[in-house]
Design a binder for this molecule. Sequence first.
Ligand SMILES: [Zn+2]
Length: 239
Amino acid sequence: MESVNFVAALVELAHADQQLQKLVSQIQQYEHIKQELIIKKNDLNNTLLQASAHKNQLIKNVAVIELDLKVTDEHYKKIDTKLEHTSSAKEYQSLRAEKETLRAKRVKLDEQLLDAWTVRDEYEVSFAQIKKESEEEITTLDQNLESINAQITTARSQVNHAQEFVAKKYTLVPEQLAEEYKRMRASIDNPVVPIIDNACGGCSSYLTTQDLAALHAKRIINCKYCFRFLYTPDHLTSV
Ligand SMILES: [Zn+2]
């Protein structure tokens, strides 16, 4: 059992340690928010990439039909020229049939081209809207990321200070007590608790008369059930 002089030091150590843990979990929350922002930003960038690829595909579709139409047209003109110069009836029939096939193909391609243009033009309007909205959202996300990064930097520097503060508090507690505290701290968040209505502030077990007498005598005692260090406010005010 340690004397009263160390009760306040132990309580201060526990308090500093709690502050440190709060900051550490605050950073974890910030990091979590940051990851979510990054995921959102990546999703938006992917959406934008896919939309852009889709738009390019629609432009390409138009170009393919236009090329096919140009080739068909040239072929059609050639057949027409041949028709004007042929003297063979058999060849004439064959050329007429070919010309008819090409004409039908051209009608079909014209229709396809009109559809492809419509689809392309309509998507270009949607794409402009998607692009505008995504870019705006990305700008907002970037601002939020910048702000969360600043908060993380600040919190990290606060953690460094808190760690130094805890280390300093450790030196004010006798080594054996510090070791015991450290060991308990590894498994529970609050190894030092006040007594509340004659019960342990950690597990709510009632203290024995003997324990209460020891506390009254300003000794450090441990709860018999949860082993936490116990203190009374008297311990602190008397130091
Ligand atoms: Zn207890």
